[in-house]
Design a binder for this molecule. Sequence first.
Ligand SMILES: Cc1cc2nc3c(=O)[nH]c(=O)nc-3n(C[C@H](O)[C@H](O)[C@H](O)COP(=O)(O)OP(=O)(O)OC[C@H]3O[C@@H](n4cnc5c(N)ncnc54)[C@H](O)[C@@H]3O)c2cc1C
Length: 396
Amino acid sequence: MPSADRVAATDADFYLLEQSLEPAGRQLLHQVREFMEKSVQPVINHYWTREEFPHDLVGGLHQLGIAGVGYSGYGCPGGGCLLDGMIAMELARVDSSIATYFGVHSGLAMGSIYLCGSEEQKQRWLPPMARMEKIGAFGLTEPDVGSGAAGGLTTTARRDGGDWVLDGQKKWIGNATFADYTIIWARSLEDGQVKGFVVEKDTPGFETSKMHDKIALRVVQNAYITLDGVRVPEENRLQQADSFKDTAAVLRLTRAGVAWQATGCARGAYEHALAYARQRQQFGRPIAGFQLVQDLLVRMLANITSSACLCARLSALQQEGLAEDHHSALAKAFCTVRMRETVGWARELLGGNGILLENHVGRFVADAEAIYSYEGTREINTLIVGRAITGLGAFV
Ligand SMILES: Cc1cc2nc3c(=O)[nH]c(=O)nc-3n(C[C@H](O)[C@H](O)[C@H](O)COP(=O)(O)OP(=O)(O)OC[C@H]3O[C@@H](n4cnc5c(N)ncnc54)[C@H](O)[C@@H]3O)c2cc1C
């Protein structure tokens, strides 16, 4: 018989990363955990099945004061890059859709304004977004332009007196069906460069339609957007976004967040699998006592731990202002590959029960597919790192 004489180390924070946070940060992280475990976990599968967004539920999330933790000033709570990343991990540990909703708002949308807005624009938009009274979306991808957005954007911006007129289409834009502000990236007909525009809800010519029947992140409301002569005043053009290089600076920031999210998704699946293995009996004993099951669990834990440690170092580089595109790209590519592997092993460990939504792991497996592809596929992030280490661009 296997010995049952040891206390199980069920906490997946195996290298005690949480201890790197200040006490206030740890407390906030625990509040996020409590909200996600008590309010989201028991009901999220119902929303996932119906591909509905839990508008009634996210009020509790908005009150946590976690939007803009990675930024300074403008009504943002601050707290630093490590706390920001660990919050992303904590959200995804319970549900990747809620983590994505939050990441689009706090990372992509607020990040675009924080990095590319003028002082006046940051003062205008960031405080209500930090309070999550106003919600943001980020529109870069188009129906025919995904990975090749840098050179291939077809949405246009034409200057007309004090306004800009936007025309084109977007696809996959998270939160866009209900967002108050959608950042639209479009190519200027004046200088051919990509510029960012804050399009406010209900602007004439701006139409969204919800995408249906996704097999991943079904709670996230992704939209097609049609821009038909959308008139935006010059004061809504992000004043510090002069070319795609500025868009890339936003992606550098948010890809780090996605790496943390991927680690959280893997961690959630692992924790469900570990709990299951400890209570599920076969051959008269818990399956956790079988060597091959322990092998799976330890491989999962190693994936999570290595991903989390890599992300923590990336957060430190961000904090010191040393993070470059290739640092974020490596983390995004590595952590999402490890996530996909980990959620697959978690599902395997649950046997047939792994495909039942009620056991949660199936949702993690499905959601991982979207995280794997968005914010730059593995191939594109690999090419960014490849270019950095060889000095040779191999995109085309
Ligand atoms: C759930 C979800 C949410 C999203 N949310 C948003 C959002 O809020 N805002 C937004 O703007 N976008 C969003 N996206 C879009 C996302 O960023 C794109 O899906 C992603 O960038 C990949 O683009 P694509 O899907 O068009 O694939 P494609 O670019 O068509 O790529 C298809 C395949 O070809 C490969 N490939 C392409 N070029 C190369 C190359 N040079 N070398 C090698 N391989 C290559 C890719 O790696 C991929 O495997 C979202 C996507 C999803 C799935």
